[in-house]
Design a protein around this ligand. Structure first.
Ligand code: NDP
Length: 240
């Protein structure tokens, strides 16, 4: 039987309570991983994963979560920096608070997510980091200058982390999802959604499962062991 080699690997997903993160948590659990997820709110769920309340903008809270995860599940192999927010508006209308909120979650939050785990991964001489970027960071999007800037920054981060981590056999990659059906995109007005759909060659939004499988691939020490510093676009051919 062929396997992705994720059985019993400890994997942490931020923002795992709903949306793309929740889809990752359930797929990775099905693939046999020991999954922990963090979020600012944790709902009661019938899953085998360990849910921990932690805010990615707060390094102390992430360090405490990391301590609990290591104590309960063991050394961490995979980290998925998924938590993200939007504060959309045109550049002329974006406030300083809109910039700060998005930078704190989407950029500083990714740093705070990786920091408590990276040395442990180096010591294990094995690990995979997956950061969820966006089509917006890859090709830009009107009305999302702040969000695009943070999502592009994450791409730079994984490219450098991949170089630093190579000697420790720790890989780092990003996924740039196109438009995927979650609460984040349900917030887009219907008229705008229809316009976007018409521009996507597949003529539909993707599903959370599409991103969950891409994540499983990039975490897999079997399927992607020589892939590092890459950006995997999952966007229904919506490249340019
Ligand atoms: P959702 O808004 O559906 O879910 C985001 C999750 O992150 C929520 O559970 C939310 O918690 C949590 N979260 C928000 N802020 C924090 C924080 N400070 N600390 C911890 N958790 C937090 O988003 P998606 O699932 O759609 O998006 C997931 C990732 O994918 C994001 O990084 C997003 O930018 C990216 N992405 C999404 C696309 C899409 O089309 N959906 C396209 C491209 C990229 P709460 O429920 O409490 O708010």
């Amino acid at each position: 039987m062929v396997s992705l080699g994720l059985e019993d690997k400890v994997i942490v997903v931020t923002g795992g309570n709903r949306g793309l993160g929740a889809a990752m948590v359930s797929l990775l659990t099905e693939l046999g991983a020991k999954v922990a997820y963090t979020d600012i709110s944790i709902d009661e769920k019938d899953n085998k994963a360990l849910g921990i309340k932690a805010d990615v903008t707060d390094i102390t809270s992430m360090e405490e979560a990391a301590k609990t995860i290591k104590e309960k599940l063991g050394p961490v192999y995979g980290v998925v920096a998924n938590a993200g927010i939007t504060r959309d508006n045109f550049f002329t209308k974006l406030t300083s608070q809109d910039w700060d909120a998005v930078i704190n979650v989407n950029l500083k939050g990714v740093v705070n997510t990786i920091k408590p785990f990276l040395e442990g991964m180096y010591e294990q001489n094995a690990g995979s980091i997956v950061c969820i970027s966006s089509i917006s960071g890859d090709r830009g999007n009107a009305g999302q200058v702040n969000y695009s800037a943070t999502k592009a920054a994450v791409i730079g981060m994984v490219k450098s982390l991949a170089r630093e981590g190579a000697r420790y056999n720790v890989r780092a990659n990003a996924i740039a999802p196109g438009f995927i059906n979650t609460e984040m995109t349900q917030a887009i007005p219907e008229k705008v959604r229809d316009k976007i759909t018409a521009e996507i060659p597949f003529r539909r939004f993707g599903e959370p499962q599409d991103i969950a499988w891409a994540t499983a691939y990039l975490l897999s020490p079997v399927a992607s062991s020589y892939v590092s510093g890459e950006v995997l676009r999952v966007n229904g051919a919506h490249h340019t």
